[in-house]
Design a protein around this ligand. Structure first.
Ligand code: HEM
Length: 195
């Protein structure tokens, strides 16, 4: 792996560990209601953030064509399959800023990387809740068998982009800001009644 990608992983790994601890999988996968509530919180973060990201030309060039990296459509489908109308859900308004390519790609690094953990979670969702990609589990299933290919092509695009120290700093800063914003948003939903 290139030096920059290793550094990005290293400098964000404490935040990865923190969010992994924060997302209590035992609770989230403990009932259909808790799982649905977690997806509703993720929708509140991903929907406005992806809207901002894909309004930015940078993301269209990252990896393969932009649209297929959006996760909002699968969150929408999952919530509807689980009996929730997503348009009434609260949306996050303290998002990480993504005004330029570097910050858009730093943010996308976090959202794309989450699909790696999703491969572990998708198996648990089926085992514990009996939910598969077709009936409420599409978000965590993500790219399924194509996960490795999608991750490699994203990392290649990021490596090509992050040539200068300025770009590298901006990508890392944005990735950290994205982990931070998601952690704050998820914490602000804790204690709410599950939907
Ligand atoms: C309980 C929840 C989670 C689990 C079990 C989990 C698990 C994993 C696993 C197994 C990997 C692959 C590690 C490797 O092969 O090197 C990974 C990587 C990653 N995850 Fe998570 N994850 C979780 C939550 C999240 C969340 C919520 C995000 C961000 C929204 C996230 C972002 C990332 C990123 C960016 C990477 C790539 C690190 C790199 O190689 O540069 N993860 N995660």
């Amino acid at each position: 792996m290139c030096v920059f990608l290793l550094r990005l992983k290293r400098e964000t790994s404490p935040q990865h560990a923190a969010i992994e601890r924060q997302i209590d999988l035992r609770r989230v996968l403990g009932s259909r209601a808790a799982y649905t509530g977690h997806l509703a919180r993720l929708y509140g973060f991903y929907q406005p953030l992806e809207e901002a990201l894909w309004g930015n030309g940078a993301v269209r060039e990252a990896g393969s064509a932009g649209g297929e990296r959006r996760k909002t459509p699968s969150l929408l489908g999952d919530l509807r399959a689980l009996g929730i109308e997503p348009h009434a859900l609260p949306l996050c308004n303290t998002l990480p800023p993504v005004p330029d390519e570097a910050r858009a790609l730093g943010c996308l690094y976090v959202l794309e990387g989450a699909s790696l953990g999703g491969q572990v979670i998708t198996r648990l969702v089926r085992e514990r809740l009996g939910v598969g990609p077709e009936d409420g589990g599409a978000f965590f299933y993500g790219y399924g068998e194509k996960t490795g290919v999608m991750w490699d092509s994203f990392r290649a695009a990021l490596e090509t982009f992050a040539r200068s120290p300025e770009r590298q700093e901006a990508v890392i800063g944005s990735a950290r800001a994205t982990f931070g914003a998601l952690g704050t948003w998820l914490a602000s939903g804790e204690g709410r009644a599950d939907v």
